[in-house]
Design a protein around this ligand. Structure first.
Ligand code: ADP
Ligand code: MG
Length: 261
């Protein structure tokens, strides 16, 4: 198993971070936010609310048009982007594995860039960490299921032992059972490695079940910021209540059916 990290992951700070794209769309309107090191934060909101833009400001796939983003107090643009990104795991929908490279080669890409040797043993460990068989290392990506591919994407993202994980709808279009299993695996990894995790999802139930803190985004702003317990207790405001109502109502209806026998 990879070395255990005992310090929690870094804190992330947004300081009036805003983004207006060339062409005039303002995707993020001056967000100020402190994310504690070691926390698992979910960013929820409807499509187009600015979640991905906010997330990508952290690894500089998007440069803010105003304000700043800091990791443990250090501005993200204080070093070249490629060095910053080497320390940040990034998992997104449809992971983007290289189709002409084996699973093992895909996972080892970052290791190779940082000059590490003995990939085979490390790849086997990483596959185990995401609960896949080490035998899969020699397979090609198109010979995997969607869920397996997403797990390989997670393994690749943690290969260089980042302390900060950014995940943008990491469950893609997976079926609910696979999605639930991968969600639990990601939370277990977060706890085991004491990462700081920022995860974008449009699914409030997923956010409530996985995260320590849920941020709701609407029209480029954070409109709710609460723990899952506060959200479920209706203490996070009307925008959040509307999103929480759906899974809660479903849970009640299921419980009623179960009670009826
Ligand atoms: P979300 O992830 O919540 O769906 P995004 O951050 O992707 O939201 O997008 C927020 C807004 O910014 C949307 O109106 C979207 O069309 C716009 N947008 C996103 N990326 C770009 C881009 N590269 N150029 C121009 N507009 C963009
Ligand atoms: Mg998005």
């Amino acid at each position: 198993m990879p070395a255990q990290n005992h310090d929690p992951g870094p804190a992330v700070q947004f300081d009036g971070a805003a983004k207006t794209y060339p062409g005039g769309v303002t995707a993020v309107r001056g967000v100020t936010l402190d994310i504690a090191g070691g926390s698992f934060v979910a960013l929820v909101g409807t499509s187009g609310s600015g979640k991905s833009t906010l997330l990508k400001m952290v690894n500089r796939l998007v440069e803010p048009s105003a304000g700043a983003v800091r990791i443990d107090g250090r501005a993200v643009d204080a070093e070249p982007a490629h060095l910053l990104r080497r320390r940040i795991g990034y998992v997104f929908q449809n992971v983007g594995l290289f189709p002409h490279l084996s699973v093992g080669e895909n996972i080892a890409i970052g290791l190779r860039l940082s000059g590490e040797r003995n990939h085979a043993a490390r790849v086997a460990e990483l596959l185990e960490l995401v609960e896949l068989s080490p035998d899969l290392a020699t397979r090609m990506p198109d010979a995997l299921s969607g869920g397996q591919r997403q797990r390989v994407g997670v393994a690749r993202a943690i290969a260089c032992e980042p302390r900060l994980m950014l995940m943008d709808e990491p469950f893609g279009a997976l079926d609910p059972v696979t999605r639930d299993g991968l969600g639990k695996a990601i939370r277990a990894l977060h706890d085991r490695m004491r990462l700081t995790t920022l995860m974008v999802t449009h699914d409030m139930a997923e956010a409530l079940l996985l995260a320590d803190r849920v941020l709701v985004m609407a029209d480029g702003a954070i409109v709710a910021d609460a723990t899952p317990a506060e959200l479920l207790a209706g203490r996070a405001g009307s925008a959040a209540d509307a999103l929480v109502a759906v899974p809660r109502d479903q849970a009640h209806r299921l419980a009623e059916i179960e009670a009826r026998g």
